[in-house]
Design a binder for this molecule. Structure first.
Ligand SMILES: *[C@@H]1O[C@H](CO)[C@@H](O)[C@H](O)[C@H]1NC(C)=O
Ligand SMILES: *[C@@H]1O[C@H](CO)[C@@H](O)[C@H](O)[C@H]1NC(C)=O
Length: 440
């Protein structure tokens, strides 16, 4: 009998809910047909701003479609920077972007007293629209009191518009923007070091010259550094299409690794890292390595660990070198999943390097292997033998001291080796897909 009553109650409540759903559906489908009526409730001015902001090419991160008649010209322009320059030039320098964060990130409360930051951007013959869209996105999406300045380091660009025209333009921005010029082509590493040395903020944030920061990108990075000044933090790197400049959210389920050629690679975040965070995807992910273009670091900690290796040339390998350095000097490298910054990924580099790209990267990787990899460097030499390439490593690197183990593994360690280091390397190797483990 009681069961019958119970069933009746359940049935009637379900029916009521079905009815409510149907009514709601009816109401909203009605309203779709008469958007005007809904909009009239908004203030006209507000409505105008919203519609204008969402209408132009590329607004809200939408792809830009170049008209048929301009396609030939578009292909020519593409070669200059190896991305669709015509599309980029059509998009407003302050275009709107979607909020791609996890819901849990949007409501996160950060401490009031966050450290402030200087943003360092190195460029070489960058396009006007991508460089300034980077600058505008930093300015408009960073709380003013946290952004000390933007330092643009010009690595000996040849384009005229990057000279006086750029200086005049940035003078009128509401945040101090300084331009430093390298006398000769020096490469990413030395240009970044020059920029870093000139910063005044408590934190240095490095960005590439073709990025776009999204809403709330900065606070979670700075909050993590405030919590632990030895944590070096990267945002999730979203993809800005090199063809259409469409903005596409990146995944919080991949992190950085490398293969034995010492190429940076993305790998799925392992289960043990999900477990460590108790399944909370809004917490930072510890990552073995970083892509290198975008990260924030406490300025004094950057000095303590010896900054970049100034013996590395131009570009390549410096991101792994910095990653190894951080883990082996008591820090941690993390992807802050609540911070999203877009980046234009190119399929080819438009720049030439003195001496050729291959050789430069090879030499840099050798330095990396010699300085930081101990006996693990043999794996690299097996995969990339090159008897003609010699590197001399001067000492003067910081000691690998009281380093934090990265992430603990149950594997036993040989008693003679530094424990933290072996744990670090092994955990990376264990995270390799099977086919790469087979190389061992
Ligand atoms: C971009 O700037 C223009 C001109 O200052 C302004 O009218 C427009 O509303 C801005 N767009 C956004 C998305 O803020
Ligand atoms: C950055 O923060 C520090 C410490 O609060 C402060 O001394 C410094 O003046 C700030 N810099 C700027 C430019 O606001």
């Amino acid at each position: 009998m009681r069961r019958f009553v119970y069933c009746k109650v359940v049935l009637t409540t379900s029916l009521v809910w079905v009815l409510v759903d149907v009514l709601l559906l009816l109401y909203f489908s009605e309203c779709n047909k008469c958007d005007d009526r809904k909009d009239r409730s908004l203030l006209p001015a507000l409505r105008a701003v919203i519609s204008r902001a969402h209408e132009g090419p590329g607004e809200m991160g939408k792809p830009v479609i170049v008209p048929k008649e301009d396609q030939e010209k578009m292909k020519d322009l593409f070669k200059i920077n190896q991305f669709n320059l015509m599309a980029s030039d059509m998009i407003a320098l302050n275009r709107s972007l979607p909020d791609v964060r996890l819901d849990g990130c949007k409501t996160k409360v950060h401490p009031d007293e966050l450290p402030n930051t200087s943003v360092v951007i190195v460029f070489h013959n960058e396009a006007w629209s991508t460089l300034l869209r980077t600058v505008h996105s930093v300015i408009s999406r960073s709380p003013r009191h946290l952004l000390v300045e933007i330092l643009l380091v010009d690595d000996a660009s040849e384009r005229d518009f990057l000279k006086k025209k750029l200086e005049d333009y940035v003078r009128n921005l509401e945040v101090p923007v300084r331009i430093l010029r390298m006398e000769q082509r020096s490469g990413l590493i030395r240009a970044r070091l020059r920029g870093a040395a000139a910063t005044r903020g408590q934190v240095i944030t490095f960005l590439d010259a073709h990025c776009e920061c999204t809403v709330g990108w900065l606070e979670p990075l700075l909050a993590r550094i405030k919590e632990d000044r030895k944590s070096v933090v990267c945002p999730i790197i979203d993809v800005i299409s090199d063809e259409t400049f469409e903005y596409m959210a990146g995944s919080d389920m991949t992190y950085g690794g490398f293969n034995w050629k010492l190429n940076f690679r993305w790998y799925p975040v392992p289960q043990r890292e999900m477990d460590r965070r108790k399944g909370d995807r809004t917490l930072p992910v510890r990552t073995p390595t970083m892509a290198g273009g975008l990260f924030s670091i406490d300025r004094t900690y950057f000095e303590e660990i010896g900054t970049y290796d100034p013996g590395m040339d131009i570009w390549g390998g410096e991101n792994l070198e910095m990653s190894f350095r951080i883990w082996q000097c008591g820090g941690s490298l993390e992807i802050v999943t609540c911070s999203h910054v877009g980046h234009v990924f190119r399929k080819a580099t438009p720049y030439s390097f003195p001496g050729g790209t291959g050789q430069v990267i090879n030499k840099n990787n050798r330095r990396l292997a010699e300085v930081w990899m101990d006996e693990f460097k043999d794996f690299f030499y097996i995969i990339s033998p090159d008897p003609h390439c010699q590197v001399s490593i001067q000492r003067g690197f910081p000691d690998r001291q009281e380093t934090r183990p990265y992430p603990p593994t149950p594997t036993p360690t040989p008693p003679s080796a530094p424990v933290h280091y072996v744990l670090f390397m092994e955990s990376i190797v264990l995270s390799f897909p099977q086919d790469e483990q087979a190389l061992l």
